[in-house]
Design a protein around this ligand. Structure first.
Ligand SMILES: [Zn+2]
Length: 434
């Protein structure tokens, strides 16, 4: 097959090394690697080499909302962001709650994907929270589902959540909970606090998230199963997860880039004026104290990984009045830059830490083989080459996602993904899709 030689890449930010890739596998890595035969060469001088990023939480919208995103455009955005694998959330139309639908998504990924697409299966049929979906059939399907989530909705019924946790043990699965107590968040619009008070919007209390996380940690421990907490957004949630981990319980958690950078003050003081729905997201943007706690928790490993919660919406669903606007923001193409700004520029994580939180750990939580391996001889050549030294203003028009609902428009962020390689095949070169 093919041979590629990457020259002078700083692996995890270390000294420059050459990486020789043969037939999709890293054949050799060292200070200087001789060019073997007619290898294609990528000059990576000044670039950092990271293992291909893995997202545990992506909304690809296909099937059903191809006007917002498709498997093809969503994975193009992922590749541009340095990702080689994404977990596709189940809240599609139809819902990914049967072997048939998860296999459909998996096949679309095989056919059109610029990265690997690992379908997430719904926990309950139709995300309705009434009866368990076909968890075993989805696990046994060609898609080999290991992550189950009703994301967008909370599995609020404690008995159903317990049964799901018990069920997934049979195939080493994990239940990824969207922690939102429904009654406490009826009509909720923005984080409950000073900002919601001043804006006159219904508050979304931190306790609505924290109560579910505490309950689910206890349930997971009670039945000896694996729980993953989606998009942790409050300082109190961090404390509960820290406590559950101290008990030795099998609980993992993710945080989104936007919850590491933005606060509810954006809703009040956006450049375009208050009530800008670009900042409407579930869970809501919280306070500066929450952001600081989330950053520290990601740094000390209490929060295991960054997950984008990439949530594309067409213009008509976002550019409307606050109360009517859809919740969510896109994030695949900006994730690494936002995390660099929040975690690397602040000295909280180095590049080895970024590899751990954005590749190794999410792959391990999702039980995803072929991804999340250290860059060493014998490993699959899933590689991201990143230039951390540039700073550019975010331009939504330059994005490849089918939707443009980014909250970072005009914001100057560090870094640029220069190349992404999926099993040794470039999906992005010089910042452009291949
Ligand atoms: Zn969610």
């Amino acid at each position: 097959m093919s041979t590629i030689l990457i020259k002078n890449a700083r692996v995890l930010g270390g000294d420059p090394s050459d990486i020789l890739i043969k037939d999709g596998v890293i054949a050799e890595i060292g200070a200087t690697v001789a060019k073997a035969g007619k290898a294609e060469t990528i000059d990576a001088t000044g670039l950092i080499a990271l293992p291909g990023l893995v997202d545990l939480h992506t909304h690809l919208r296909e099937p059903g909302r191809e006007d917002a995103e498709t498997v093809e455009t969503g994975t193009q955005a992922a590749a541009r962001g340095g990702y080689t694998a994404v977990h596709a959330m189940a809240n599609t139309s139809p819902v990914a709650d049967t072997a048939g639908v998860v296999e459909q998504v998996w096949r679309l990924g095989q056919e059109y994907g610029y990265c690997d697409v690992q379908p997430v299966g719904a926990v309950t049929s139709g995300l309705e929270g009434r009866q368990l979906a076909e968890l075993g059939a989805m696990a046994d399907s060609a898609a080999r589902v290991r992550v189950f989530s009703d994301d967008g909705k909370c599995v609020s019924d404690a008995v159903l959540m317990r049964r799901a946790l018990e069920y997934v043990k049979a195939f080493d699965g994990v239940v990824a909970q969207h922690a939102q107590e429904p009654r406490l968040t009826e009509g909720a619009q923005v984080n409950e606090g000073e900002v919601s008070g001043r804006l006159g919007l219904t508050g979304w209390p931190a306790v609505a998230e924290e109560a579910i996380i505490a309950r689910d940690c206890l349930l997971a421990a009670h039945v000896g199963s694996r729980l993953h907490v989606c998009h942790v957004s409050t300082a109190g949630s961090v404390e509960i997860i820290r406590w559950a981990k101290s008990k030795g319980w099998d609980v993992t958690a993710e945080v989104t880039p936007h919850h590491l950078l933005l606060t509810d003050s954006c809703v009040e003081r956006s450049p375009a004026g208050p009530y800008n729905p670009i900042y409407k997201v579930n869970p809501p943007l919280r306070t500066n104290e929450d952001v600081q706690a989330l950053r520290e928790a990601l740094a000390d490993g209490t929060i295991d990984c960054v997950a984008t919660d990439h949530a594309p919406h067409p213009v008509e669903d976002k550019e409307t009045e606050w109360a009517a606007a859809a919740m969510g923001m896109i994030g695949l193409e900006t994730a690494l830059s936002v995390v660099q700004e929040a975690m690397v520029e602040t000295g909280l994580l180095d590049w080895a830490g970024i590899a751990d939180r954005m590749s190794y750990r999410p792959a391990r939580i999702g039980r995803l083989s072929g991804h999340g391996s250290p860059l060493e001889a014998g490993a699959t050549a899933n590689i991201t080459l990143y230039d951390p030294s540039v700073r550019t203003a975010v331009d939504p028009a330059a994005m490849v996602s089918k939707s443009r609902n980014t909250p970072y428009e005009g914001l100057t962020l560090p870094g640029r993904v220069v190349a992404t390689l999926l099993r040794g095949r470039p999906t992005v070169l010089e910042g452009k899709l291949v």
